[in-house]
Design a protein around this ligand. Structure first.
Ligand SMILES: Cc1ncc(COP(=O)(O)O)c(C=O)c1O
Length: 358
């Protein structure tokens, strides 16, 4: 892999040691060009039939690209606006109510916690929270769903093997998984995988995907079918949702969003996904080692792209680092700072972070 060539695709590195893909990935110039090209044509020509024809075609190409990355069939992948949307759609569609339990973990993001709390408040679903590392062994008789992260946003740990959970569907929050680490939905042992396009896939905000296992395809109704979800929208009240995951597609996404997401995938895929994953995890490991070597308390992690460490005042240190051109985030309420390391980073970013740390 030509790491320097990949890095050069992302202009942000001319100025910054950008280590924040866990929030939003760096945008490749190709993604911005694709989006602005679409908008420029729309300004000139209006958004008429060719715009919508291109939109339909681009959507299917993006669906295919996401599916390839997930090791899935395109028909099982919905285009969403973000991880949270996929989670919301799955929870809304599952038949959960009083007496049912959702098993979750203590390292979840508000993108999952919010929908779970709503299920508890509105449908009397019980939510049981166990330590992230113990979730695979904690399924009980009332458990109707396991819902947790593929990769913890707090620590960078990977969820334990889930394949032994046979009778209960698993909803994985893949926000810190897809694009960051190899993601093969067949071996993960989940029924649903919700991911972000704007993080480790370097797409625009407003892109993402939801994979629905073929075993669940017919059992997961469309929770809010609108025009794009209907196989025959002209049939009015008799219209039925698409067969397959397209019934869960987001109601609206512009061609500029789809085009930018696809262009970013092209950049990353062009570098080779195996190499992208490997380089990112290796660099992240080097950062973790260097921090520990300097006496910092690094949160227990796996071979992923996130590195979190204790800091006396994470919010203030984040600002100090940003002033030095180093972009990381703090994780409120945890005492942690978090760096997100991608294949686009290099040793100079890590060095800059280490030198700027107060
Ligand atoms: C683990 C996890 N889940 C969900 C989200 C929310 O992602 P999105 O904005 O794509 O819904 C994030 C965002 O940081 C996250 O880290």
């Amino acid at each position: 892999m030509d790491a320097a060539a990949l890095r050069a695709e992302f202009p942000v590195f001319e100025q910054l040691a950008y280590l924040n893909a866990g929030t939003c990935g760096p945008l490749p110039a190709a993604g911005a060009e694709a989006a602005s090209g679409v908008l420029a044509r729309a300004v000139e020509e209006g958004r008429r039939q060719p715009y919508f024809a291109a939109l339909l075609e681009s959507r299917e190409r993006l669906r295919n690209a996401y599916a390839e990355l997930l090791g899935a069939a395109a028909g099982d992948v919905a285009l969403t606006t973000c991880t949270s949307e996929g989670i919301v759609r799955v929870l809304a569609a599952l038949d959960l109510g009083s007496g049912d339990e959702v098993l979750s973990s203590d390292e979840e993001h508000p993108g999952l916690q919010g929908p779970l709390a709503a299920a508890r408040a509105q449908r009397a679903v019980a939510i049981r929270v166990v330590p992230f590392g113990e979730i695979a062994d904690a399924v009980g008789p009332a458990t109707k769903l396991v819902a947790c992260s593929h990769v913890s946003w707090l620590s960078g740990r990977v969820v334990p093997a889930l394949s032994a959970i046979a009778d209960v569907p698993v909803l994985l929050d893949g926000a810190q998984g897809i694009g960051a680490v190899p993601t093969d939905v067949a071996t993960l042992g989940c029924a649903f995988y919700a991911g972000s396009g704007q993080k480790w896939l370097c797409g625009p905000v407003g892109s993402g995907m939801l994979w629905v296992s073929p075993q669940w395809s017919e059992r997961l109704p469309a929770s809010g079918p609108t025009y794009v979800n209907l196989a025959d929208p002209g049939a009015g009240l008799d219209a039925v949702p698409h067969v397959g995951a397209a019934r869960h597609d987001a109601s609206a996404q512009g061609l500029e969003t789809i085009a930018a997401a696809a262009a970013a995938l092209g950049v990353l895929g062009g570098a080779g996904w195996d190499a992208v994953h490997d380089r990112a995890a290796t660099l992240a490991g080097e950062l973790a080692d260097a921090l520990a070597g300097r006496g910092r308390e690094v949160a227990p992690r796996d071979r992923t792209t996130l590195v979190s460490w204790q800091d006396a005042d994470p919010a203030a240190t984040r600002v100090t680092l940003a002033e030095a051109g180093v972009i990381v985030r703090d994780l409120p309420g945890t005492g942690l700072l978090r760096a997100s390391v991608g294949a686009w980073n290099d040793a100079s970013d890590i060095e800059r972070l280490l030198c700027a740390l107060p």
